[in-house]
Design a protein around this ligand. Structure first.
Ligand code: F6P
Length: 234
């Protein structure tokens, strides 16, 4: 089994002000989370490498006892493969700076930016607070979005259904990966990704709880999908 780690970016300055969308930097709490996350990810991903090194030393001492060079070669080959697998562990972010900044202290793993992992586009409401939206467009927002959050499309923006559709290539790529992937993204996007792996119904997606500063670890094994949540801070 290989884990997929899902997390939102550390709290942003817009989160503090209650503004949706935007491209703000991290708040003080967000800055702290990025350090805690790097520490967690480093340990979590490196623990697999440590296990393979122990295996190598054990087999190598048997090989010197038997002076079987062939066995040595075989073990070296396997170790090489394992090292390549380690390299395959990746950090995926969106193209928005709050996810890129959250990933910044994580070192030793390649980072890939996906536009498809960007937060739901709130169109004309981008940068507003929920209060401002209610005040400026009460009909539109209060009636339509509350009634059908899944299908509601922000004027000149996206709906949850749009987000789910644009995530298709990300999901295909995630399914193809053989090594762990850490996905640092946003609330709406992670609701959709999580729902796919946890097999949750479409209608529930816009309401799934994906809190800040929490890692959702999904293990895909032969017996199905297992989930663990790690709350690194409040
Ligand atoms: O508030 C943070 C945020 O990521 C916004 O940028 C985004 O519009 C919102 O969450 C999505 O959540 P909801 O669909 O519940 O408004």
């Amino acid at each position: 089994p290989r884990p997929i780690l899902l997390t939102r970016h550390g709290e942003s300055q817009d989160n503090v002000r209650g503004r949706i969308g935007g491209d703000a930097a991290l708040s003080e709490a967000g800055e702290l989370y990025k350090k805690k996350l790097a520490n967690f990810v480093g340990k979590r991903l490196k623990s697999e490498r440590a296990a393979s090194v122990r295996f190598f030393i054990y087999i190598d001492s048997i090989s010197s006892l038997c002076s079987l060079n062939l066995l040595r070669l075989w073990v070296f080959g396997r170790e090489g493969k394992r090292k390549r697998k380690t390299k395959n562990k990746k950090i995926w972010t969106s193209t928005l700076q709050r996810t890129i900044l959250t990933a910044s202290p994580i070192v030793g793993f390649p980072k890939i930016q996906w536009r498809a992992l960007d937060e739901i586009n709130a169109g004309v409401c981008d940068g507003m607070t929920y209060e401002e939206i209610k005040k400026n467009m009460p009909e539109e927002y209060d009636r339509s979005r509350k009634k059908d959050k899944l299908r509601y499309r922000y004027p000149r923006g996206e709906s949850y259904l749009d987000v789910i559709q644009r995530l298709e290539p990300v999901i295909i790529e995630l399914e193809r990966q053989r090594a762990p992937v850490v996905v640092i993204s946003h609330q709406a996007v992670l609701r959709a990704l999580y729902a796919y792996f946890a097999d949750r119904p479409l209608q529930e997606i816009p309401h799934i709880e994906v809190p800040l500063h929490t890692i959702i670890e999904i293990q895909m094994g032969v017996t199905g999908v297992q989930e663990k949540r790690y709350k690194l801070m409040d």
